[in-house]
Design a binder for this molecule. Structure first.
Ligand code: ADP
Ligand code: MG
Ligand code: MG
Length: 250
């Protein structure tokens, strides 16, 4: 279970506070969605959960399965079972995609994953996600299209098998076939021991992945939570009606 209490985060470079008293609990086995206007701190939140050095927690706590993450290094968080798609560098010259994934699996496993086990699983997951065989020889995200990068994130997730996956804008810029593949991967991971935080602008992915909870984030905190009907409401009315509520309650 992920438990975030009264979180305040600032950007180091500018000292600007971006997360302002955010509370969020994601129990094991649940898929949660965060929606919210641009610049409201969604990516900052995911980066902070994973321990990006660009941000500083000035108040509050992030805990995962009872362990406080605030001062934990990113690789330690990964070993606890956290995964964030966007964390991975978009392009690293000279590293093959498969080698990167294998190294990432070894880094979180108790013992190294044998080449045979790795290849068996890779073949299965690539087939499941309909990823072309030529992929294995390609270098990390080099020359990948937006859709291929997203598919790759899902491939990494299915290989690493984290207990909590944070997927920031996993559906942005995807055509309908890629969206279905990405959704299929997330649904395949669903399990009592797996939870996920999907950050999205669009509710079209929610046609394929049914979330347990939808949260609205504005001005650096969660201001409303509900079931997937909340996403439909947002699509119909936008965020402005909620902004009014935000200023009134302050
Ligand atoms: P969202 O993902 O909701 O669109 P972000 O978390 O990306 O929002 O950004 C929140 C605010 O913080 C924005 O005003 C953005 O410009 C600013 N910001 C985020 N990261 C940085 C950074 N590394 N340097 C400077 N400004 C940043
Ligand atoms: Mg943004
Ligand atoms: Mg963002």
């Amino acid at each position: 279970m992920l438990e975030i209490k009264d979180l305040h985060v600032k950007i180091n470079e500018t000292d600007e506070p971006v997360i302002n008293g955010l509370n969020l609990t994601i129990p094991d086995g649940e898929v949660h969605v965060i929606m919210g206007p641009n610049g409201t701190g969604k990516s900052t939140l995911s980066q902070t959960i994973m321990g990006s050095p660009k941000y500083t927690i000035t108040q509050g706590t992030i805990a995962f399965n009872g362990k406080k993450l605030n001062d934990m290094a990113t690789d330690e968080r990964a070993r606890l079972g956290l995964f964030i798609g966007m964390q991975y560098p978009t392009e690293i010259g000279g590293i093959k995609n498969v080698d990167f994934i294998h190294a990432a699996m070894d880094a979180v496993a108790d013992k190294p994953v044998s080449v045979l086990d790795f290849m068996k699983r890779l073949e299965y997951v690539m087939d499941f996600l309909d990823i072309d065989e030529s992929y294995t020889d390609r270098y990390l995200n080099e020359g990948f299209s937006g859709g291929e990068k997203k598919r790759n994130e899902i491939l990494q997730m299915m290989m690493i098998q984290p207990s909590l996956a944070i997927l920031d804008e996993i559906d942005s810029g995807l055509d309908i076939d890629a969206l279905k593949v990405v959704s299929k991967g997330i649904n395949a991971m669903r399990d009592k021991d797996f939870s996920s935080l999907i950050i999205t602008h669009y509710n079209r992915i929610l046609r394929y992945v049914k979330p347990d909870v939808v949260h609205v984030m504005m001005e650096g905190r969660i201001i409303k939570s509900g079931d997937y009907h909340l996403a439909e409401q947002l699509e119909a009315n936008g965020y402005e009606p909620l902004r009014e509520k935000l200023t009134k309650t302050e």
